[in-house]
Design a protein. Structure first.
Lengths: 888, 125
């Protein structure tokens, strides 16, 4: 407790003018510490409030010094003196009722702190611009179905299509393209690493208008087939692996086994797109020139006079004409444009706004509580107000004094709130897993947020100090004195009860939202992923094209098969297999044609997720083969082409006849591999590679030996402790080729857990808000009932003396509390239903009107009512009737 | 040393400039009459002397200390001999000017009390 107060004190010291803080700050902390040692909790309140009063006084003095104002603190002279007096008086009054002051300050601090923290996050993510000049002019150009109903589907484009877009478009200043492979970077004398790279057209950098910090970016010559191999490095790679050696530009490094000349280094923090750590020219290779291979993403900068909708129409028209001209590759391929910022934050926007709304509710509840507290205080001080007024204090003076008291509480609450906000922000950023909040590393409390907090604080002051102050100041002296001594409910009591009902309704809505999210989270975790995550390790294995060219595909196939055999020999490994895309990787989609069917209907475009695998993969991953057979070693380059599909594929394309035995046609780009028609030999269960919450799209699995990809993922089913197996896996790869990077071993369990990360994050936050609201509402109810009981002590005394039992009194008070909350709950039901509808996009497996949740939360609130009523009720029952009657 | 002391400035004028003192400042200066104290010591002294009626807050104390130092009424000093606790503690003592101001204020207050006694607001001593 003492540590907390000292920490608080130190934090508040930061608000002093620098002169005093630097000169005497440490002394002050030390002195307060000794005070606390000696006098305990009473001293804590006094010192904190003293500091809170000193801060504005010192700032006023500091400003006065600058202006050459006479700074001798004279007792009663002038407006300054008057304000100082009022401050001192207010401070004394606040100190004399520490419970009220602490509860008020803490309540405000919690409300403001939570709101500021969340607002900082939302502001940073939603409203601050991307680090490019004029980012609102940048758009993604996506492929998508021609049918505009499915507009928000995002798929990719091919290189020949890109060239056509560039030729025909009329909306863009610049249009660039890229894709994001992983490549192997070898530096002299160090282990090779796999780095996320981006293959970009030379004009990508000019499209986003970011230049190299050292050297230059690509020229046109370098972006051509056969052009000189060049690479641009990120600042991250530059400093991590090359020690920021400026002589690096012009030297050569090895990428995928081929020497590349480093032509430039990008500025720190630039990792566009998608976290790229180095850039290579996109230059099309043989595979890339295939119009059917959609693996490029386009980004463009709009012309000044063009808006995103016009650009979208433009590219759509181009896509339409391409679809007509090239039906085998581009059937049903449309296009649309999406502003970059939209895409960066789009998914999270709904979530962030919901969070912001919730914090607004919490702040509102906090303000209602503090309003309640001040109302009660002012009512009991009616007598004091009356006397002061009788002694000549003007109405304005009284108003000012009350307002200053409120201001002090608001300032203290605001200052504490900012401190809490910083703590809360750090907690949120620590809790938010990487990538859940876009650009989370750029988030920090900034001046604008503090301005908003100041506005919130001042707003709170007006809300809770002014209203009761006006109420008190507007009455005649006689009224006030009477009210001060009176017992029984006054008009203020009614208002306070209304406030509690309001708080309860809000809390109900918030807690229901939190509970719905909690249940959704539970539902999501119950979803069967379609594979077995436990005990499965993966290691990406990439064979560089320079040493394993596509012409030698048989070597690649043999390598992969042999790697599988060796991995199975590693002790602890039960089985192994390789796949192009692990079970939670959506991979990319590619088109095909069902043999025996008429030309594809554009609306039902046959595309499926492309997933080459080796035999043994399904067993290793725990994916069940439902019908037909798995691949075997004899499904190789010289045997008939075969393919396996998932249930979704079968349901979509062969719902009645079943998929096994049917044929599809798919071109192959390796010379000499089986081509033409592929027979479906097996159906596997659906794996949730597109996300746990979405239905699985159709997918087809090809034997690696027949479609030998260079980039694969090795998966091992490990028995027992995976730790000792990891070096064995790495060894198996290195034995086959020492130049291959072997980092990146991961457990599928961890990857699965990460997919839940965002949902978990939001659920925890909203749960915390709900809990806070519940506590605040409980505190509010307790305050109202306490006050009501103390006012009605005479009434209780009369009742008891007339024969009422103590049990009866307890029941009355508790009944009062429950009644208030019950009304709040009923109102809250309506609010909860409304807020539930806002939440719908985040819910899974539970409806927004779920009666179990609504009923459960109502029960919880009523329980809180009983608990909060307990102490006041017991106090009421303990009233000595003789005492009570006598005091009146 | 106060910044404007010189042979041809009347010390009386200098002193009068600082009057009247606020309550807190007066208490602090009086506390230091008995010798140098550190901040916490001043607080304790004031609390004891007034039997708990006046409890100064730390913020109030040190903002006054800062101002008094600037105006030359007190100055930082070496810890008195025999004090062997924390060497980082800072001690303060009255300057000549500080003593004079304290003295002047006490007399002023005494004069006010005298007037009140004459008019029978307070009982005769």
């Amino acid at each position: 407790m003492k540590k907390f107060v000292l920490g608080l004190y130190r934090g508040l010291l930061l608000l002093l003018p620098p002169g005093l803080r630097r000169e005497h700050g440490p002394e002050m902390t030390e002195t307060v510490r000794r005070r606390l040692d000696r006098d305990g909790a009473g001293a804590a309140t006094r010192e904190l409030l003293d500091l809170a009063a000193t801060i504005p006084r010192e700032w006023v003095a500091a400003v006065g010094d600058r202006a050459g104002v006479d700074h001798h603190a004279k007792g009663g002279g002038g407006a300054m003196g008057g304000v100082a007096k009022d401050l001192r008086y207010g401070l004394r009054t606040l100190v004399r009722s520490p419970a009220f002051t602490m509860v008020a300050v803490l309540t405000l601090a919690v409300g403001i702190g939570v709101t500021t923290a969340i607002y900082t996050v939302v502001d940073s993510v939603l409203f601050r611009s991307l680090p490019f000049p004029e980012p609102d002019e940048l758009v993604w150009v996506w492929g998508g179905p021609l049918d505009p109903v499915n507009r928000s589907a995002r798929s990719w484009t091919s290189y020949p299509d890109y060239r056509d877009y560039v030729e025909r478009e009329r909306s863009f200043e610049e249009l660039a393209a890229f894709r994001s492979p992983r490549v192997i970077l070898s530096a002299r004398g160090e282990a090779p690493t796999r780095e996320p790279a981006a293959r970009v057209t030379a004009n990508l950098f000019s499209t986003v208008r970011v230049e190299a910090a050292l050297g230059r970016t690509f020229t046109r010559q370098e972006d051509r087939i056969g052009g000189p191999p060049a690479v641009v490095l990120s600042h991250a790679v530059f400093s991590e692996r090359f020690g920021e050696d400026p002589g690096l530009v012009g030297r050569s490094v090895t990428i995928d086994g081929t020497p590349h000349t480093v032509v430039g280094i990008m500025p720190p923090g630039f990792d566009f797109p998608e976290g790229a750590r180095l850039w290579l020219p996109a230059r099309p290779d043989v595979a890339g020139d295939d119009r059917g291979m959609h693996r490029l993403i386009l980004v463009g900068r709009l012309r000044d006079e063009v808006d995103p909708e016009a650009a979208a129409r433009d590219v759509y028209a181009i896509a339409e004409s391409l679809a007509e001209a090239h039906p085998e590759d581009n059937a049903d391929q449309g296009a649309w444009a999406e502003p970059l910022l939209e895409a960066y934050v789009g998914d999270v926007r709904a979530t962030l706004l919901i969070l912001l709304g919730s914090t607004g509710v919490v702040l509102f509840i906090a303000c209602l509580n503090v309003a309640n507290l001040f109302l009660a205080r002012t009512a009991t001080r009616g007598g004091e107000m009356g006397i002061r007024s009788a002694m000549g204090a003007s109405r304005g003076r009284i108003l000012r004094q009350l307002l200053l008291e409120g201001l002090m509480v608001a300032v203290a609450g605001g200052a504490l709130g900012v401190g809490l906000a910083q703590v809360g922000l750090d907690a949120i950023l620590a809790l938010a897993p990487a990538g859940v909040l876009p650009r989370a590393d750029e988030v920090s409390l900034d001046g604008r947020v503090l301005v908003v907090t100041a506005a919130l604080t001042l707003g709170s002051v007006l809300l809770f100090a002014l209203a009761p102050a006006l109420r008190a100041a507007g009455r005649s002296v006689g009224e006030l004195v009477k009210e001060g001594g009176r017992t029984g409910e006054s008009g203020g009591g009614r208002l306070r009860s209304l406030l509690v009902i309001g708080e309860t309704a809000l809390a109900m809505a918030l807690v229901v939202s939190g509970t719905l999210l909690l249940r959704s989270f539970g539902e999501v975790t119950e979803v069967e992923p379609g594979f077995e995550p436990g005990g499965r390790l993966i290691l990406p294995v990439s064979l560089p094209v320079s040493r394993y060219p596509e012409a030698e595909w048989e070597r690649v196939a043999e390598f992969v098969a042999e790697l599988r055999r060796r991995t199975e020999a590693v002790p602890g490994v039960r089985s192994a297999g390789l796949t192009y895309a692990h079970p939670l990787d959506p991979s990319w989609t590619t088109g095909f044609h069902v043999v025996g069917r008429p030309e594809p209907d554009p609306a039902a475009r046959p595309e499926a997720s492309y997933r080459p695998v080796t035999p043994g993969y399904f067993e290793t991953a725990g994916i069940r083969v439902l019908r037909g057979r798995d691949f075997t070693a004899s499904d190789d380059g010289s045997s008939p082409p075969v393919v396996m599909v998932n249930e979704a594929f079968e349901e979509r394309f062969f719902p009645e006849e079943g998929a096994v035995g049917r044929r599809i046609r798919k071109e192959s780009w390796w010379e000499g591999t089986p081509r033409g028609e592929w027979e479906i030999v097996g159906v596997v269960e659906d794996v949730r590679f597109a996300g746990l919450e979405r239905p699985t799209p159709p997918a087809f699995y090809f034997p690696h030996a027949q479609r030998p990809m260079n980039d694969m993922v090795l998966m091992a089913h490990v028995e027992g402790d995976p730790g000792p197996v990891v070096p064995g896996l790495r060894q198996a790869v290195r034995e086959m080729d020492a130049g291959l990077p072997v980092q990146g071993v991961r457990a599928m369990k961890d990857i699965l857990s990460e997919t839940l990360a965002r949902r978990r994050f939001v659920t925890v936050l909203l749960g915390a808000f709900g809990l806070t609201a519940l506590i605040l509402a409980g505190v509010g109810l307790y305050g109202v009932l306490s006050y009501s009981v103390s006012r009605r002590s005479r009434e209780m005394g009369v009742r008891l003396s007339l024969g009422a039992t103590r049990g009866g009194v307890v029941r009355t008070v508790v009944g009062q509390g429950v009644a208030l909350v019950a009304v709040g709950v009923v109102l809250g039901l309506g609010l909860a239903l409304a807020s539930g509808r806002l939440l719908e996009s985040l819910l899974f497996g539970v409806g927004s009107t779920d009666p179990l949740t609504l009923g459960g939360v109502a029960a919880v609130l009523l329980t809180v009512a009983v608990v909060a009523s307990a102490r006041p009720a017991l106090r009421a029952a303990r009233v000595d009737p003789a005492e009570a009657l006598r005091l009146e | 040393m106060s910044p404007r002391t010189g042979p041809d400035i009347d010390i009386d004028v200098l002193v009068r400039e600082h009057l009247p003192l606020s309550d807190a400042v007066f208490h602090i200066l009086v506390a230091l009459v008995g010798g140098a104290l550190h901040g916490y010591g001043v607080l304790l002294e004031v609390e004891e002397r007034t039997e708990g009626r006046v409890v100064l807050g730390t913020g109030t104390l040190y903002s006054a200390v800062k101002r008094l130092r600037r105006d030359g009424l007190i100055e930082e000093t070496e810890p008195p001999c025999g004090e062997d606790d924390d060497p980082r503690r800072r001690y303060y003592r009255l300057t000549e000017l500080g003593r004079a101001v304290t003295d002047a204020e006490a007399r002023r207050l005494e004069a006010m009390v005298s007037f009140a006694r004459e008019k029978r607001v307070l009982p005769a001593s």
